[in-house]
Design a protein around this ligand. Structure first.
Ligand code: MRU
Length: 354
C-alpha cells in the first residue's frame, strides 16, 4: 500500500489524520494557511519533513484563497496591499504552529523566496507559482528519502535487527520515510531485516504509526515499550539503531523525539551503531549546538492519561518535553541524501553543503 501522507486533490490539500491511526484511516481537507497550521499543531500531520511539506501547501493555499477574493482581483490592477498582508499573516500563523522541526521554517523560507521572485505578477499567477513549488517540495522529499534509503541500507547487514524510536516513516514525510525509508530500501535490496519499534510514550508514534507502516509492508516488526530497549540491547537482540530527526545543529547534535537520547546512550554503552537519517533540510546551520534548539513542551494531558481516563495521581506535577537532544559524540553517522557522514562535527557538516 502506497502511503500518501499529504496529497493535492480537487484544489485542496488532504492529509491523513494521524491522530486516529491505526484504528481508522481518514483524510482531512484543508483550504487555508490557518487550517493547515491547526492541522500541524494538533498533530493531524507530524514528523519534520511532513510538517515542512504541509507548511508549503499552507502558503500556496493562502495565496489561492486570497487571489480569489474580489478585493484581491481589484488589487491586481494596482495596490496589492490586501494580498500581501494576508500572505504575511499566513506565514506567521504557520511559523507559530510547532517550534522544534526546522523543516517547517526551511519550507516557509523557500516559499517566501519564490513569492518574492514573482511578487510583481498578479495574485493568481503568484498563487499558481507557489502551488507548483509546494508540489516540487513534496516530490523532492520522496526523491531525497529514496537517496537516503540507498545510502542507509548499505550500512545494514543481511539479517540485521534494527531498533527505531518514534515514527520517521512515510507518515512523517511525503512518502518512503527517513529511518523507515532506510528499512524499506534495505528490504528492496533483498536484505532480510527486522525492526524493533519503541512504543514512544506519550504520543505512541512507535506503537500506532511505525508498527502500522511496517505491518502494511510485511517488514517483520516487534513492538516494545520504551523502557525495554536496554534489555533488548543487553541480550544481544539489537544490531543497529536508526532514527529520524527534527533538527540537527551545526555541530551535529541531534534533536529528535523524547527518549532518543536515552536510546543513544544505551547504544554507546552496548557498542551498537546509532545512525540518524537526516535530509539536508533538517540541518540548521544557524544553530551552533543542540542546547539552542527550541524544545516543544506539550500538554500535560498526554502524560496524565488517555482522553477522559487519567491514570496519574490527581494533583501531581507533570512535565511533557516532546523532544530531546543527543550530543554529536553519540552519533555513529548521519545518513543524508548526499551520503553518510560518520562521526558528524562542524567541519564534516559544513562540507555537506559544499
Ligand atoms: O512530535 P512528532 O511526531 O512530530 O515527532 C516526530 C519525530 O520526532 C520524528 O522522529 C522526526 O520528525 C523525524 S521524521 C522523518
Amino acid at each position: 500500500m502506497k502511503i500518501e501522507t499529504l496529497r493535492w486533490f480537487n484544489n485542496r490539500l488532504e492529509m491523513i489524520d494521524q491522530r486516529i491511526l491505526p484504528a481508522a484511516f481518514e483524510y482531512l481537507s484543508y483550504y487555508t494557511a490557518s487550517s493547515v497550521a491547526e492541522g500541524i499543531r494538533s498533530m493531524v500531520v507530524r514528523g519534520a519533513p511532513a510538517i515542512g511539506v504541509a507548511a508549503a501547501y499552507g502558503v500556496a493555499l493562502e495565496a489561492l484563497h486570497l487571489s480569489e477574493e474580489p478585493s484581491t482581483l481589484r488589487q491586481a490592477q494596482g495596490e496589492r496591499v490586501g494580498f500581501n498582508k494576508g500572505m504575511e499573516e499566513g506565514f506567521k500563523v504557520l511559523a507559530a504552529s510547532r517550534p522544534t522541526a526546522v523543516n517547517l521554517f526551511w519550507a516557509l523560507q523557500r516559499m517566501r523566496k519564490v513569492w518574492e521572485s514573482v511578487a510583481a505578477q498578479t495574485p493568481q499567477q503568484v498563487a499558481q507559482r507557489l502551488l507548483a513549488e509546494a508540489h516540487e517540495i513534496l516530490a523532492e522529499d520522496i526523491r531525497i528519502n529514496k537517496a537516503m534509503g540507498a545510502h542507509g541500507a548499505a550500512l545494514l547487514k543481511d539479517g540485521a535487527r534494527v531498533l527505531t524510536h518514534c515514527n520517521a516513516g512515510a507518515l512523517a514525510t511525503a512518502g518512503w520515510g527517513t529511518a523507515l525509508g532506510v528499512f524499506r530500501s534495505a528490504v528492496e535490496a533483498g536484505k532480510k531485516i527486522s525492526v524493533i519499534a519503541d512504543e514512544t510514550r506519550p504520543f505512541l508514534q512507535g506503537a500506532r504509526l511505525t508498527a502500522w507502516e511496517m505491518v502494511q509492508e510485511n517488514i517483520p516488526v516487534t513492538l516494545i515499550t520504551d523502557n525495554m530497549a536496554g534489555y533488548m540491547m543487553a541480550h544481544g537482540e539489537v544490531d543497529a539503531v536508526v532514527v529520524g530527526t527534527d533538527r540537527v545543529a551545526a555541530n551535529g547534535d541531534v534533536a529528535n523525539k523524547i527518549g532518543t537520547y536515552m536510546v543513544a546512550v544505551l547504544a554507546q554503552w552496548h557498542n551498537i551503531p546509532f545512525y540518524v537519517a537526516c535530509p539536508l533540510s533538517t540541518i540548521d546551520l544557524n544553530i551552533a549546538s543542540g542546547k539552542d534548539i527550541p524544545i516543544e513542551e506539550r500538554s500535560v494531558e498526554e502524560v496524565k492519561g488517555f482522553r477522559d481516563y487519567h491514570w496519574a495521581a490527581e494533583g501531581v506535577k507533570i512535565r511533557n518535553p516532546a523532544f530531546d537532544v543527543t550530543p554529536a559524540e553519540l552519533v555513529t553517522g548521519l545518513i543524508t541524501e548526499r551520503g553518510v557522514v560518520l562521526k558528524p562535527d562542524v567541519q564534516s557538516i559544513r562540507k555537506l553543503f559544499g
